[in-house]
Design a protein around this ligand. Structure first.
Ligand SMILES: [Zn+2]
Length: 207
């Protein structure tokens, strides 16, 4: 089953997890998870520049060590950096100590207090710990679904367009496999449709 939005209980039980920003401002927040990747990151950066869009990148620190020049390029272009752990650990399958240690290890490289858990999974005890350590935990309210091979590129675009409203945080996942789909959204649609739809209606912002 595919959920465009995160489960409703997250907002109710964990109010300090940020799923969206103010609904009264015409701002939206594009986020990318799982980079950096030598195949897709340059493409994404090039297009963000072209369309004058600032975004936020939740990076896997292990990948940053592999491609430090891409990490520098993201920062140089004025995008925001977020922590997505060092090894992309699944919090539900990892002890608290190891999970937290992995985040702190990543933070030595990424140097940010913005955090998004891999797979959107966190235990309440981990949420508590991260809040105490002043991490800001970001989820999303629009999941593009671009990581799914079951969704067509048009369905992905439709998901994004139909579900985005003021204050929305849009997430695009899996850099590695979504390149083609991102291309479709950014180039084919963006040239006329998406650029018009989004740029007339909202302004893109990084966190
Ligand atoms: Zn991830």
């Amino acid at each position: 089953m595919f959920f465009v939005r995160p489960p409703f209980f997250i907002k109710i039980f964990f109010p300090y997890i940020i799923c969206n920003f103010s609904r009264s401002d015409k701002k939206i927040y594009l986020t990318f998870d799982d980079g950096v990747n030598e195949k897709t990151t340059p493409f994404i950066l090039e297009n963000l520049k072209k369309f004058e869009v600032k975004a936020s990148f939740f990076l896997i620190a292990k990948n940053v060590l592999k491609y430090p020049f891409l990490f520098e390029e993201i920062k140089k272009q004025g995008h925001q950096i977020g922590n997505h752990t060092f090894d992309h650990l699944d919090a539900w399958k990892t002890s608290n100590d190891i999970f937290i240690e992995n985040i702190e290890k990543a933070n030595k490289i990424l140097k940010t207090k913005l955090f998004r858990p891999p797979y959107g999974r966190l235990k309440p005890s981990q949420i508590k710990f991260l809040s105490k350590k002043n991490y800001k935990i970001f989820y999303w309210d629009v999941l593009s679904g671009d990581y799914s091979n079951k969704l067509t590129k048009f369905k992905i675009l439709e998901n994004v367009i139909n579900n985005t409203k003021n204050g929305s945080i849009i997430v695009r996942k899996k850099f590695f496999i979504c390149n083609f789909k991102i291309k479709i959204i950014f180039l084919q649609k963006n040239e006329k449709n998406e650029k018009k739809i989004f740029h007339n209606k909202f302004s893109f912002n990084s966190f």
